[in-house]
Each structure stands twice: as structure tokens, then as C-alpha cells.
Design a protein around this ligand. Structure first.
Ligand code: AMP
Ligand code: ZN
Length: 469
């Protein structure tokens, strides 16, 4: 199996990666700030993280992923104040929309979705630890700040020059620029507007609320331990958010906070190039209205490497709709085929090798998709030739299912009842074969793909039965 490699923002190099315990990848992904439905830019990052977890599983590792929901921060409080609501009244409906939207894009469930407001005691405990270690101090207004000058590693992730670090000067807001690399707020004393929208808690320093950066450190360590395998987010989070997460966590524990830092590039909008029939699509609701399915969006996002900028355009989305239609047609044809040829089996072997190579090489999804289309061309040719080799056909179905368990590009149109039934039957056969070969990673990947479509398998003495939930 090819080595699994990832670009680590900390070292600015592509490096071999394996989980510390050799078995389970502890993955922390900074989640949405839930005051507005997430836009497609946010979802580009969440799709890159979905690709990450699926590729890690294809490699044979288990994944334990945390995606936090930031449900208290400056932006949420401003919104609640404007609307005369509590922060909970602002964030609850947005959390529901977030999960609906992410399911539309087939983003798999993370193992944990902690809400920041449920971890206030852990956040307070972390601040107490930092004060005890002499790297945090209580200011006159009873807010607590992190003293960046007292933490030797400050600025390492974002490569700040020591001259840029203004220790002693303070920045209170959650988001700020590199020009303001100052002591940042861990805990903010409550203002009347915080109390008014129920964003204040008791603490050893009086009423107050956590700073945004502190939230992620506390939730990550509470759920995944003091050292994460991978920490992900969009590139805008490198500074200050991740820089501050490192400072808080490492100054408290004395241990490395994350072994690998991965950041996804931005999605850009190009309004001018957007096709009329697609409309000015900015969020998932817009996609739904325009009839653009989750598979097409995944194709669009995965067509560019996650570390390159991607431009949103109607033409590109239309191209992706057409591309996944071809994948869907092929899926249907493969499910209905009666036999294959030796060359079909060779093409399937090639697909498996190339997809693993591409995805394990810093998640090269564009290359994996190119291999998939090359396979579809070759396989269509072989199916035209008509062969009777059932093992070859089985192998083609198995590898196709394995690849689709990662990329998940078969459009919903294929899922009319009859088509769904034949697709599921093909997956069951492929899974049985994978198990017979003791390739449990492949078998698990197939079960995940079925899970994602709401199909539950039941292994009985009479064979495997399935039902749609
Ligand atoms: P937020 O809800 O603002 O905290 O952002 C959630 C995630 O979306 C973070 O990982 C951001 O880095 C990411 N993000 C925000 N805007 C974009 C964008 N235009 N393209 C890609 N990722 C983004
Ligand atoms: Zn975070």
C-alpha cells in the first residue's frame, strides 16, 4: 500500500502521516459559527474534511472526528442583540439547518458535534491552568488574557516574526489581523449585552464568557485528548485562531497540541460567469432550488486540489452535473450487467491502485477522479464487448463501490427504487467478496457508503438482507 502523506502547515512540507496509536486518527475540524446558514465556502472546507476522513478510512484507519459548533462568540452576540433574542434562540435553528445542508452534500457524520456552551466548565479549568502556569493574567476589567510573550512557540504556525509580536498590548475581539499579534482574550468579563442574551457564566473572575480560540482548545482536549493527530480548518484560521489554540493548549499541557495541521484553500465567487439557470448560488438552499445535487457539488469541489483556490461558477457546476450524470449512468449499467472481461478486471485493478495513490498523496482528489473517468471509459468499452466473466464483473463492482465510498459521486437520480435495489445488491456482493479476501477496510468502506444512503444491512444465516431507513 502506498504511504499516506499530508501537507503539514506547521512544517510547510508534505510528510508521511500515521495516527500516533497506529489505529485511530484523532481528527479535530473547526466547525461553523452558527449565526447564519453556512455558505458554500464553509462547505468547501467541510467537504475537504469529509474527503480527509474517508481517505483515512480507505487507508484502513479508524477515525474519531470532532466538529465543534461555535454557539457563543462576538458575531453571535451581536446578532442576538440586534434581534432581541438569546444566543440559543439564534443558534438552535441554524444548527438544524447546518446538519440538513451537510447531509445534502453527503458530508458524513462526525463522531462528535460539541456545542461550545456545553463545555464552559472545561474552558474555565483550562484558563485556571494557564494562570497557574504563569502565561495568563487577569486584567483590570476581570477579563483574562494570554501573555503571548511568555510562550516561546508563539507565531510558529503562522511564521510570525518576533518583531511582529506585541506582548503586553491587548486585543479583545475574537478575530483580528497579524498586525495585531497581541495578548488575546481567553475569558471576557460580561457586558450588559452579554447578560441580556444569556451569554454570561459564573467564573472565578466574575461573570463572563469564553473567547472563541479557547473554545476549540477545551473541546478538542476534552474529547480527543491532549495531542490530536490532525487539526483542520480553512486557511483563514491559521492566524489568529490556530496560532492561539496552539498557545493555549501547549502552554497548559507542555505537549504538542496537533501532530499535523491541514488547511483548505478558499472558494471564490465569480458572479459574472454564473449561468442563468444556475442562478447566484451562495448556499445550499440555493443549490436545492436550482436542482443541483450533492454529488455534483462534490464533483465540483473535488475537481480542484484542496490547497488551490477554487472559483465558483455556473459553468463549472453545470459541467459537474453532467459529469456525475455519466457516473450515474455507468453505476446503473454496472449494476445491471451480467458479465465482464479480463480487461474489465485489469481496469478495476488499475483504478484501485491509482485512486489509492492519488488520495494517499495529500488527498489528490482531481487525480482520483481522473482515474475514475478513465476506468468508466475502459469499462464501458468492455461492457460493450459483452463478456461472461462474473468474477471480473464482481471485481469491477467492488472497486467502483470502494471508490464511490470515498468520493460519493453517484447522483440521486440513480436512486429510484428499482435502481437502488440493484445498486444495493451489487454492494452486498462486493462486500461479501471483500470479506472473503479479508479486506476489511474495503468491506467497511462499502458498508459506510450504504449507511450514507440510509441502507441498513442485516447479516442472517440465509444471507445478507437490507432495508432503507
Ligand atoms: P466560520 O463559520 O466562519 O467559523 O467558518 C467555518 C469554516 O469555513 C472555517 O474552517 C473557515 O476557514 C472556512 N471558510 C470560511 N470561508 C471560506 C471560503 N470562502 N472558502 C473556504 N473555506 C472557508
Ligand atoms: Zn477552532
Amino acid at each position: 500500500m502506498p504511504e499516506f502523506r499530508l501537507y503539514n502547515t506547521m512544517t510547510r512540507r508534505v510528510e508521511p502521516f500515521a495516527p500516533a496509536d497506529g489505529d485511530t486518527v484523532r481528527l479535530y475540524t473547526c466547525g461553523p459559527t452558527v449565526y447564519n446558514p453556512a455558505h458554500l465556502g464553509n462547505f468547501r472546507t467541510f467537504l475537504f474534511e469529509d474527503l480527509m476522513r474517508r481517505a483515512l478510512r480507505l487507508r484502513g484507519w479508524k477515525v474519531e472526528q470532532v466538529m465543534n459548533l461555535t454557539d457563543v462568540d462576538d458575531k453571535i452576540i451581536t446578532r442576538a442583540t440586534q434581534q432581541g433574542k438569546t444566543i440559543g434562540e439564534v443558534t438552535d435553528p441554524i444548527v438544524t439547518i447546518f446538519h440538513d445542508d451537510r447531509k445534502y452534500l453527503r458530508i458524513e457524520d462526525a463522531e462528535h458535534y460539541p456545542r461550545a456552551t456545553a463545555y464552559i466548565p472545561q474552558m474555565i479549568a483550562l484558563v485556571e491552568r494557564l494562570i497557574a502556569n504563569g502565561v495568563a493574567y487577569v486584567a483590570d476589567d476581570k477579563s483574562v488574557y494570554f501573555a503571548i510573550g511568555k510562550f516561546a512557540g508563539y507565531g510558529r504556525l503562522s511564521r510570525l516574526d518576533t518583531r511582529e509580536i506585541q506582548s503586553g498590548a491587548r486585543v479583545a475581539q475574537d478575530d483580528y489581523s497579524k498586525e495585531n499579534a497581541q495578548d488575546f482574550a481567553l475569558w471576557k468579563s460580561a457586558k450588559p449585552e452579554d447578560e441580556a442574551c444569556a451569554a454570561a457564566w459564573d467564573s472565578p473572575w466574575g461573570r463572563g464568557r469564553p473567547g472563541w480560540h479557547l473554545e476549540c482548545s477545551a473541546m478538542a482536549m476534552a474529547l480527543l485528548g491532549e495531542t490530536l493527530d490532525i487539526h483542520c480548518g480553512g486557511i483563514d484560521l491559521i492566524f489568529p485562531h490556530h496560532e492561539d489554540e496552539i498557545a493555549q493548549s501547549e502552554a497548559a499541557t507542555g505537549k504538542e497540541f496537533a501532530r499535523c495541521w491541514c488547511h483548505g484553500e478558499f472558494l471564490l465567487t465569480d458572479g459574472a460567469k454564473m449561468a442563468k439557470r444556475v442562478g447566484n448560488v451562495q448556499n445550499v438552499e440555493g443549490l436545492r432550488e436550482a436542482g443541483i445535487g450533492g454529488a455534483a457539488v462534490r464533483h465540483f469541489v473535488f475537481s480542484t486540489h484542496y490547497r488551490k483556490q477554487l472559483n465558483l461558477s455556473g459553468d463549472a457546476l453545470e459541467g459537474s452535473m453532467e459529469a456525475v450524470r455519466r457516473i450515474g449512468d455507468f453505476a446503473e449499467r454496472l449494476a445491471g450487467a451480467k458479465g465482464g472481461t479480463r480487461a474489465l478486471e485489469d481496469a478495476a485493478d488499475r483504478l484501485e491502485t491509482e485512486v489509492r495513490q492519488a488520495l494517499f498523496d495529500d488527498l489528490n482528489a482531481p487525480e482520483a477522479m481522473a482515474a475514475l473517468f478513465e476506468f468508466i471509459r475502459a469499462a464501458n468499452r468492455e461492457l460493450d464487448a459483452g463478456g461472461s466473466d462474473v468474477n471480473a464483473l464482481r471485481r469491477a463492482r467492488e472497486v467502483f463501490a470502494m471508490v464511490d465510498a470515498v468520493l460519493d459521486l453517484v447522483p440521486d437520480a440513480v436512486e429510484t427504487d428499482a435502481d437502488l435495489a440493484s445498486w444495493v445488491e451489487a454492494q452486498i456482493v462486493a462486500r461479501k467478496d471483500a470479506r472473503a479476501r479479508r479486506d476489511f477496510a474495503a468491506a467497511d468502506a462499502i458498508r459506510e457508503a450504504l449507511d450514507a444512503k440510509g441502507i441498513v444491512l442485516e447479516d442472517t444465516p440465509a444471507g445478507t438482507r437490507w432495508k432503507k431507513t
